[in-house]
Design a protein. Sequence first.
Length: 229
Amino acid sequence: MRSLSQLIVQAGGLVYREMIAVFLFSAVSSAVLMPLVFLFSAGTALLLVPVVYAPLLAGVFYAAHRMVAGERPRLKDVFAGAVRFFIPSAVFGLLCSLFVLILASTWWYYGQKDGMLHWALAIFQTYFVTMFFVSQLYTLPLIVQENEPVFRAVGHSVKLTVTHPGYTIGAFLQLLCVTVLLGLTVVGFAFLFAGMAAVYSNMVARNVLAGREEKAENQGGKTWGGIAG
């Protein structure tokens, strides 16, 4: 299994070579996301983003998956993926919105109260929500790469996180750092984030899945060798 530093270099090289495709993928998704965030209230956005933006983001992940696999990047793959994975991505988006709502309501409720106990509960809930998002790093890649049903992909992502905790947390932090840096530029976020995140996340998921397959093959070979011996 390749290291995260190797994946960063590989993902950066692919993004550089396919900059126009990454730019187009990101721009299309941002053209939908920006109005949802800036023109609607927070409550309405929490409902609309999963149903409208999440499927389009899944389409970007699908197009990036094909690109990572060596196929020619095409903008129409974004829309084809959005249609193909509309239901699982929308369900996953609603699940993510639920956890965002839990976090917001936690701080709204406990933030108005005094005492260390309330702060401790708020911090615990924040940790719980954060670990949920960390554990879902592989969900969209599993949906588009393995065509897994949404709840199976959610569970599979948790299992991969438990199996590779340090690797997953490291990949999540790298992705978070890129997101923050692009978010500070606004324009960079609009035209690069979705495509870059999709390329990197797909590479991380492919790497972990390939590592498990290699480990299983090696274990199978040892077992067969032991029997034969």
